[in-house]
Design a protein around this ligand. Sequence first.
Ligand SMILES: [Zn+2]
Length: 309
Amino acid sequence: MILMTPLFRSRFIALCATLAVTLGAVGCSSTNSSDDGTLHVSASFYPIAWLSEQIGGDRVTVTSVTPTNVEPHDYELSPADVTALSKADLIVYVAGFQPSMDDAVDQLTGPSVAELSSVADLQKASSAAVEADGSTSESNLDPHFWLDPVRMQAVAAEIERSLAEQDPDNAATYEKNLGALQQRLTALDSAYETGLATCERDTIVTSHAAFSYMANRYGLTQVSISGIDPESEPSPADLAAVKKAVEETGTTTIFTESLVSPKTANALAAETGTETAVLDPMESQPQEDDYLAAMESNLSALRTALSCQ
Ligand SMILES: [Zn+2]
């Protein structure tokens, strides 16, 4: 069995393109043609699927590999998921975030692949987050780029580039859609910049450590109950450290999220006389909103919790 690495795959496509021009060859594509004339994109989880939809518009059919309302960190792809993935024209994902997705992509030779970790400028998770996580993941890179609107813009540009490469006939449409999307993401970044500029406090206490890039971008400090992986159980020492941080910083709000049990956050809030509020890490599609609306709700929750002007 020959495994196509992304580099080999792109060389293969380039070779085919050359042959097609010089020999008039057809049928040399390593991708699958779709019946409905759209490009079939498999995105590993919600924020990437949302970006692909915004940029692809009606020229693409986007499927999220991780189902709605499922926590993506440890999602195990089923054999049916892998079969569906093998039929995609383009797979868009972040290596190192979902081990099961990494394994599936390594096995497949058909679809083209856009891997986003370098363009997302992923950084090593803070040592505190890794320790709380207890994770032995190979990279220990923090995957949560999508909560930083500036990183979202870089990833959006890369997805547009991949779509245009796969489907040059619609490149102008993808470029136009990207332009409109970048304007909205720029406006979102400005809203965060302005909305979080003057606040009484700057520490946010979150359920899992999803908000580091966002916190760093806008001058906040994140204290998380769990580490990078929401399933990691905080130790008594971790909880004592969070409680101390709540008391020392005058924190008024413990943030919870919809896909993780709020039990620990609720107990901490009761113990420290604070409130709880939802801060959505957007790892699955928001209940009613899309990415932009949920990011605006998050900003509103942050402004309330931090008493911003
Ligand atoms: Zn997460």
